[in-house]
Each structure stands twice: as structure tokens, then as C-alpha cells.
Design a protein around this ligand. Structure first.
Ligand code: ADE
Length: 330
């Protein structure tokens, strides 16, 4: 491999094509640019693997491989394109996974994504059982910041959950999986809300189906005749905040149907010792009416700022031992 490497480098130098800092040569990507590593995750029609560039500095990426035949058969083309388009739109925030390149061959579509070394937030919740207040605030604040950016760009994620919240090598949040997102053009947004879809004369209203994961899905997505809105992501945020502190999601049941029943009836409890400000914020986010939910009515002074200024984020926490010793060292 090394001698092949050297030979390749010599050829590249001859034609003025040396790998750049991303470990790749030229503008077009292909599977030839990467060595495929371990599987990082598997979806119903895609697999994500670690992929390292074959050229120095041997950068690592997460390569999402989507099976064309399967996508066509299952009529998932729309979702695949939504994921690509939203990720291309969301290229300016550290809290959203970066899509570096896309390419395809006869069989597959390939998305070369930023690699989040520390994997899913879910893994860390399982490892530690639950987080302390300081950690919960650290992660939820980063998620909220990424959600704020997505919403500004007209993207509703619609499937926020600890499996889709990845962590990089510095334990910074990277939101992923925009396959069920909704991408609104600026003219489709009015007063910070998706403008009601116009029904074309003679056309049928758009069919809607449940998207998302049962445990984190908001009541408006479950009920007839309601559209998802930016506020749906705030419901999911409430579920995630509850989960990092309690160790389990607020609404869980044996079947999907029973989970949905709990959600629409707002049937959940707080475990003993759940911190007061966090409880207050969860109670303001897990509100059935999307407009009455905290952050859910920007046209009437209840936008994302209302969440950001909640005491859960602003309260003073006791200094840690390490911050005390840092202060002492100065
Ligand atoms: N699993 C799915 N996507 C991933 C990514 N970008 N980084 C790490 N693990 C992943």
C-alpha cells in the first residue's frame, strides 16, 4: 500500500494534483477517495460507515451509503433529497453535522458527512444513567442553539431525539438525520410560522403521515388536520431535556399506540429530585397546544428567546471544584 501510495503521489505531483487539507484530490469525489471502516449506524435504506481518505492527512468522515434500488422500491426519493437539501442549506453552524460532498454510482448514493467521534447522545445517557444539572444545561443549550439556526433557515427537524444528536471529539453537539425534516422557503414562512399550505384548485390537500419516532413526536403531528411547525421541535427538546435528567423519555409504553395515548393526554411524571427550574421548563415545553408551548408563538412575543431566557439556562450554578482551583491559580 505504501509503495502504491508513493506511486500515486508521484503521478499526482506530475499533473499538479496533490491532496488538499481534507485529504482529497480534485473536485469530484468517488468511493476511490476513501477506505471504508467500521459501521457507525444502520437505517432502513442506508448504512453509515467510517471512511478515511486514502491520501494524507487521512481525514475521517462518516459515509452514508443509500441503496438506490431500495429507495425507488420504497418510494423514499423525497426523503433522500430532503436530507441532502437541508444539510446543504445548514452549512454554517457547528451544531449541525456538515455535509462535505455527495456523489453516486450505479447502485448507491453517497453522502460524505462530518464524523462525530463520540457518537450518539443516547449512548452517553445509557452510560451514565442520567446527567447532572450542569451537563444537562450544557447539552440542551447547544441543541437549542442548533435548533435556532435550523429554524432561521426554514428547517423543521421533526425527529429530534438522542439518537440523532451526535457528539464530536470535544463532546460538542452535532445534530444529524434530516431525512424527515421539512424545508420551507422564506415565502412559506409568515410571522415565524409555516404559512398554511394552499390547496391548488382541483388539487387534493397534501396527504400527511406520521413522521418521527413515537416517543418524541408532538401531539399536533399525531392529531388530524394539524401541520407540524417549528414548535414541534420544541416539544422534542422538552422530551430530550426530561430524558437527560431522568434517564428515560417522558412518554413510554408497550406499544406505539399506547405511547401516542400518553402523549396526547400528557401522561408523564417527574422522578423525585428532578431539579425545579428544569421541571418548570419541561412543563412549559410539553404543552399540547403548539402555540401555547414556550417558543411556539413568535408573532406574539413567544419566540425562541422565551426559551433561551428561561431560568434553567440563566440560573447561577454553584462553582465547581475545578473552576475554583482555576480561579485560585490566576
Ligand atoms: N452515525 C451516523 N452518522 C454519524 C456521524 N456523522 N458520525 C458518527 N457516527 C454517526
Amino acid at each position: 500500500v505504501r509503495s502504491r501510495d508513493r506511486e500515486l503521489q508521484q503521478q499526482q505531483a506530475l499533473i499538479g494534483m496533490t491532496p488538499n487539507a481534507m485529504g482529497v484530490v480534485g473536485n469530484r469525489r468517488s468511493t476511490e477517495d476513501f477506505e471504508i471502516g467500521d459501521v457507525l449506524g444502520e437505517g432502513s435504506y442506508s448504512t453509515v460507515t467510517l471512511a478515511t481518505t486514502v491520501h494524507p492527512p487521512y481525514r475521517q468522515y462518516a459515509l452514508k451509503v443509500l441503496d438506490k434500488e431500495h429507495i425507488k422500491r420504497e418510494r423514499k426519493t423525497k426523503y433522500v433529497l430532503i436530507e441532502r437539501d437541508t444539510l446543504k442549506t445548514l452549512d454554517g453552524h457547528p451544531g449541525v453535522i456538515k455535509l462535505w460532498w455527495t456523489f453516486q454510482d450505479e447502485w448507491s448514493l453517497y453522502y460524505v458527512l462530518e464524523y462525530a467521534e463520540n457518537g450518539e447522545l443516547l449512548k452517553w445517557i445509557k452510560k451514565y444513567g442520567s446527567f447532572d444539572l450542569r451537563s444537562a444545561r450544557y447539552y440542551v443549550a447547544q441543541i437549542l442553539s442548533a435548533v435556532e439556526y435550523m429554524h432561521e433557515k426554514g428547517v423543521i427537524h421533526r425527529d429530534l431525539k438522542p439518537e440523532n444528536i451526535l457528539l464530536d471529539r470535544n463532546m460538542r453537539v452535532k445534530i444529524t438525520d434530516f431525512g424527515t425534516a421539512k424545508l420551507l422557503r422564506q415565502d412559506e414562512i409568515k410571522d415565524g410560522q409555516p404559512a398554511p399550505a394552499e390547496v391548488q384548485p382541483g388539487g387534493r390537500p397534501r396527504a400527511r403521515s406520521f413522521v418521527g419516532t413515537p416517543e418524541y413526536v408532538s401531539p399536533e403531528i399525531l392529531s388530524e388536520g394539524r401541520e407540524s411547525s417549528f414548535s414541534s421541535d420544541f416539544w422534542a427538546l422538552g422530551c430530550v431535556l426530561y430524558q437527560v435528567l431522568a434517564g428515560h423519555p417522558p412518554f413510554q409504553a408497550r406499544t406505539e399506540y399506547l405511547t401516542f395515548q400518553k402523549i396526547i393526554n400528557l401522561q408523564y411524571d417527574f422522578p423525585p429530585g428532578f431539579p425545579a427550574h428544569a421541571r418548570d421548563l419541561v412543563e412549559k415545553l410539553l404543552v399540547v397546544d403548539p402555540l401555547a408551548r414556550l417558543g411556539g408563538d413568535p408573532a406574539n412575543g413567544n419566540g425562541i428567546e422565551a426559551i433561551k431566557s428561561h431560568p434553567f439556562f440563566t440560573e447561577r450554578l454553584r462553582p465547581t471544584r475545578s473552576s475554583l482551583s482555576e480561579a485560585g491559580a490566576q
